[in-house]
Write a protein that binds this ligand. Structure first.
Ligand code: ZN
Length: 237
């Protein structure tokens, strides 16, 4: 099992680690700062530094038995099992994912409908809602940016499924039903406005997201709307 340092601290850019498996399709470390593709958030890219050079990592994925797989660039030299490496993520890209990801949580607060899908990139993101009626784009964007500017603190904590079971008031406040049968659940809390199960990486306060622009609201079938979001670089928050 790979220790997931990004779950404790999403702002870690580098860590020392030991190689525990090494193949052309993936390198496994005992611990990592690389977030693996999941929950609509892309896997991290970056590099592994060794004594004898660097290995470029082009993707990160969930592997078997709780392991995280660092995918090297094709035809890369590979480390040996037991090698000490420094794992370094492409921070600019990841930080954009963190801001976008947290922004999508706020979009879910602005539009309190069931979420049926979503996708995050460093440049633009989308969220699909079970939303039969469309909403006003400008109004939704204004509300989203107000939630950002209010600068709500963001944190996460682990809870036992049994404890959650015993606190129905907690489940009632959650915008997404927690999964069953997984033991411990990680909850993401945006103070005063949102609580939901989430394993992704987020910024510390909503103000860090910066202004967002809703570029399009698209009809996707009878009941669904797809909302596209980009960073609004032309605006101050
Ligand atoms: Zn999240």
């Amino acid at each position: 099992m790979t220790e997931r340092l990004f779950q404790r601290d999403a702002y870690l850019k580098v860590c020392a680690a030991t190689v525990i498996a090494s193949h052309a399709d993936g390198i496994i470390l005992d611990r990592t700062v690389f977030y693996p593709l999941g929950g609509g958030q892309p896997g991290d890219t970056g590099l592994l530094r060794l004594d004898r050079g660097e290995i470029q990592i082009v993707d990160s994925r969930h592997g078997r038995e709780g392991q995280l797989v660092h995918v090297p660039v094709p035809d890369s030299p590979l480390p040996n099992v037991g090698d000490e490496v420094e794992a370094v993520i492409d921070w600019d890209r990841r930080y954009a994912h963190m801001r976008m990801h947290t922004g999508l949580h706020l979009l879910g607060v602005a539009l309190p409908y069931g979420v049926t899908g979503g996708n995050i990139t460093a440049a633009r993101s989308r969220l699909d809602f079970d939303m039969p009626e469309s909403v006003d784009k400008a109004e939704t964007q204004a509300q989203l940016n107000r939630l950002i500017r209010e600068n709500h603190p963001v944190d996460s904590f682990w809870i036992d499924e049994d404890e959650l079971e015993a606190r129905p008031e907690l489940i009632r406040t959650m915008s997404v039903r927690p999964p069953r049968g997984v033991g411990k659940i990680r909850l993401l809390r945006i103070t005063d406005i949102d609580l939901q199960p989430c394993g992704g990486t987020h910024v510390r306060t909503t103000g860090e997201i910066g202004p967002l622009k809703i570029t399009r609201i698209e009809k996707k079938g009878r009941r669904n709307r797809r909302v596209y979001v980009e960073f609004d670089s032309g605006q101050d928050a």
